[in-house]
Design a protein around this ligand. Structure first.
Ligand code: AMP
Length: 194
């Protein structure tokens, strides 16, 4: 299966992506994680990404698209993949369409985690205390929510128009949300490897 997991910062996307992809035996590809690994290793990509990430802004499309194109070309993506945090702009949607058209691949489903805005901010403040992420300060959290609302929320209309969008309630325990997503995907024909 070729899947996208969408949802605002704090919706539990990263946690769910890892669980769902492991269950399906496909890689979870998180652009945020790849950027953070590059920042930690102080690579040239990390140096570019860092200034945007620390401000809660998106890394430029050109940089992000090139990185995803490389990652999707790895052989582990042949059976499918779950993209977490990409695409986030309409330009990235079009770019992803073009990568997939070059192969014979198409997306099978887009899952949107829906969570109330107050719950999101509370969750991120909690994560700030446990993980100490540089972009989990209150100002940056607010900016990331705004950027998501302006640039990424409109993508759901695009995927809904293609008949690919499935909204899932992202409120509740991690296990419960995972069950909602796996139930939905099973209904779409995805088979678990566990
Ligand atoms: P995340 O871990 O998904 O919340 O991403 C953390 C940060 O990485 C975001 O706030 C952006 O600065 C950057 N980032 C991750 N994915 C993308 C993307 N698809 N396009 C642009 N920037 C991204």
């Amino acid at each position: 299966m070729r899947l996208l997991l969408m949802g605002p910062p704090g919706s539990g996307k990263g946690t769910q992506a890892t669980r769902i992809a492991a269950g399906l035996g496909i890689p979870a590809i998180s652009t945020g994680d790849i950027f953070r690994a590059n920042v930690a290793d102080a690579t040239p990509l990390g140096r570019v990404a860092r200034e945007y990430m620390d401000a809660g802004e998106y890394v430029p499309d050109q940089v992000t698209n090139a990185m995803v194109r490389d990652r999707l070309a790895h052989p582990d993506c042949e059976p499918g993949f779950l993209l977490d945090g990409y695409p986030r702009t309409l330009q990235q949607v079009h770019e992803l369409d073009s990568f997939l058209d070059e192969g014979t691949n198409r997306l099978d489903a887009v899952v949107e985690l829906v969570v109330d805005r107050d719950v999101l901010v509370d969750r991120l403040l909690l994560r700030a205390r446990s993980e100490g992420r540089a972009d989990d300060t209150l100002d940056v959290i607010r900016r990331r929510q705004e950027v998501y609302a302006e640039q990424t929320a409109p993508l759901t209309a695009e995927y809904a128009a293609r008949g690919l969008l499935h909204a899932v309630d992202g409120d509740g325990q991690v296990e419960l949300v995972s069950e909602r997503i796996t139930g939905l995907l099973a209904g779409l024909g995805a088979t678990s490897t566990r």
